[in-house]
Design a protein around this ligand. Structure first.
Ligand SMILES: Nc1ncnc2c1ncn2[C@@H]1O[C@H](COP(=O)(O)OP(=O)(O)OP(=O)(O)O)[C@@H](O)[C@H]1O
Ligand SMILES: [Mg+2]
Length: 326
């Protein structure tokens, strides 16, 4: 663990691998639209934290604020123990930020990029070469080291972005990854997950944004669902799933009137197929009682299935609007 350099005279009040945010708000435009409406986040060391949300939920805005690229309208945050408003330089030196903002030069090779960045952080030529070599090995890029970055696959490019964020030493305690696996094929995605897991296992706090529920479920220790500028739910993947009763009863209704009547109590809506999903604990007793309750005349439900709740269900339950009509 790396939480010990508090007593070196720095003004840190939290461990290096941590993110603490309180009441962050941000509005854009005229008339002002509230993109973040009071966000609290707590991410400890050795943790992968996924900020999950649909397009436009405010994920990138939150990351940019925490990485000191955008100022919040109100609220406060400490990243790696430093205040994002008054200690920007320290925050920037203590974090790695990759995603849409990576500064990799596509007309150079991966090796050249890493060496150049290492030189920029003040390493000697020999030390820069050693650091670049280490990172190329660590991120599985040795074979591609001498190819132009322009020829890299999406997965290789993301790994190089991550390596670039590690060039400066000592290794950052906080990583921000904005949609690190968007557009990657399944294998590249898994490779990247492994790299991200390793960063956390070495003690870092990793905050990543994603639109993939599966990614949050597989990779994250904790998940926050961001919806309309607020944290709609936060917890481990298991606790979030338990919020939707563990199981879901999907009923296919016989007509639109029955669908509309029951739509408000459903956590899953599929108007095209007249299917609604209702929370259940999955026991025969509860499923039977639920079917009797929603369809006392035994005419409205044509078919049903029961399955385990997925993170999709949590997400839909928290973010979906109930459709007004079929
Ligand atoms: N600089 C800006 N000026 C005006 N509006 C902005 C600015 N940055 C973001 N927005 C708006 O804020 C909202 C949230 O944007 P943000 O990029 O944080 O969402 P996101 O969750 O990252 O979405 P995505 O999944 O598409 O990346 C959007 O409606 C966006 O148009
Ligand atoms: Mg974004």
């Amino acid at each position: 663990m790396s939480g010990t350099d508090r007593d070196t005279g720095s003004d840190r009040t939290a461990p290096p691998g941590s993110i603490e945010a309180h009441g962050l708000t941000k509005s854009y435009g005229k008339p002002a639209v509230r993109v973040l409406d009071g966000i609290d986040l707590h991410v400890g060391p050795a943790t992968v934290f996924a900020l999950l949300g649909p397009n436009g939920a405010g994920k990138t805005t939150a990351v940019r604020i925490l990485a000191t690229l955008t100022e919040p309208d109100s609220g406060a945050a400490r990243v790696a123990g430093y205040d994002i408003a008054t200690e920007r330089g320290k925050v920037r030196r203590a974090i790695s930020l990759t995603g849409q903002f990576a500064a990799v030069d596509e007309t150079q090779t991966g090796e050249e990029n890493l060496r150049m960045m290492a030189r920029l952080t003040g390493l000697t030529r020999a030390a820069a070469r050693r650091r670049a070599d280490e990172l190329l090995v660590r991120f599985g890029l040795t074979d591609a080291a001498r190819r132009l970055v322009r020829t890299y696959s999406g997965g290789m490019r993301r790994r190089l972005d991550l390596a670039a964020g590690l060039v400066g030493s000592p290794e950052p305690g906080v990583f921000f990854l904005d949609e690190p696996t968007t557009g990657l094929d399944p294998r590249s995605r898994q490779e990247l997950w492994q790299v991200v897991r390793e960063l956390a296992d070495r003690g870092a706090a990793v905050l990543l944004t994603t639109q993939y529920l599966e990614e949050a479920d597989r990779l994250a220790d904790r998940i926050a669902v961001l919806d309309k500028g607020r944290i709609a739910a936060e917890g481990t993947p298991a606790t979030l799933k338990s919020r939707v009763s563990g199981h879901r009863l999907d009923v296919v209704l016989t007509d639109g009137a029955a669908y509309l009547r029951l739509a408000t109590r459903a956590v899953h809506h599929s108007p095209e197929t007249l299917t609604l999903g209702l929370p259940t604990d999955g026991t025969a007793a509860h499923v039977r009682a639920l079917l009797d309750e929603i369809d006392p005349t035994r005419t409205d439900v044509a078919r049903f299935t029961v399955h385990s709740a997925s993170l999709d269900d949590v997400f839909l339950a928290l973010t979906a609007e109930v459709p007004a009509h079929v």
